[in-house]
Design a protein around this ligand. Structure first.
Ligand code: GLY
Length: 256
């Protein structure tokens, strides 16, 4: 059965975002433009029927607008992660109190396990979890044990190059999977209806399904056309300032 999201949680970018972690060579983000793009992202979520909770910016953590890495919200429990980048680890503080307003069951990944939510892709009751520079074996084992407690399942995906699993994959429901780069060769994704993303549009492999509509980053016409050809309504959302910090559409919210 296809999931339906009712809620989203986002966190406002802080002025310190200009010093966020990045491997992209695209220059520093423009903070005012990032705020405008964040406003439009929230509006896009609301246009799909979601109630959006907007958390205040946290000046201590430049990357904290990428809230997806901090928790994973399943239909049965919320899992607070233990982010793998030391500079981001403190972002989890306070999340328990926020999530308690929505969830009875709250779980946590504990050291020495590390896990970033960007490495988790939900496909029904099964979760693919990337072993990346941010997410380690112990973190994935803990995560799968938690899933099994609630009758869900998970499997590890050994990754090579990408920052996060969802840097190169997006599940659009109905067996449709956007797939880019190294993942095109991975046997575990052969069973999906794979929509291969061209190398020059690789960033748009991080698109976002929201209740039947797909958000696609602005400026990727090839990907947009492929998704529209599948019958989805598409909303283009400009994420240029977040891309400068290796962030994408999914990184900017928790959806449940
Ligand atoms: N700049 C986002 C991250 O590296 O996690």
């Amino acid at each position: 059965m296809t999931r339906q999201f009712k809620n989203a949680i986002v966190k406002r970018p802080s002025p310190e975002m200009v010093d966020g972690i990045t491997k992209a060579s695209l220059g520093k983000p423009d903070y005012q433009n990032a705020l405008t793009q964040h406003d439009l992202y929230i509006q896009a979520l609301e246009s799909c029927g979601l109630k959006v909770r907007v958390l205040e910016a946290d000046n201590r953590f430049p990357d904290s607008t990428f809230i997806e890495d901090i928790s994973v919200c399943t239909p049965h429990c919320a899992i607070i992660t233990n982010p793998g980048a030391p500079a981001r680890n403190g972002e989890i503080k306070g999340m328990k109190d926020v999530l308690k307003e929505y969830y009875k069951n709250i779980e946590e990944i504990k050291a020495p396990g590390t896990l970033d939510g960007g490495d988790v892709m939900m496909v029904g009751d099964h979760y693919y979890i990337g072993l990346s520079d941010r997410t380690n074996n112990e973190g994935v084992d803990q995560f799968i044990n938690i899933l099994e407690k609630y009758n869900m399942t998970g499997s590890k995906v050994k990754m090579k190059n990408m920052l996060h699993l969802k840097t190169g994959l997006s599940y659009l429901e109905n067996n449709n999977l956007l797939i880019a780069g190294e993942f095109k060769k991975y046997p575990e994704f052969e069973k999906f209806n794979r929509i291969e993303i061209d190398h020059k549009e690789a960033y748009s492999a991080n698109s976002l399904w929201i209740n039947g509509t797909v958000f696609v980053p602005k400026g990727y016409p090839g990907t947009k056309k492929k998704i529209e050809a599948l019958g989805y309504k598409v909303i283009e959302v400009d994420t240029s300032e977040f891309r400068k910090l290796d962030g994408g559409l999914s990184c900017l919210s928790l959806r449940f």
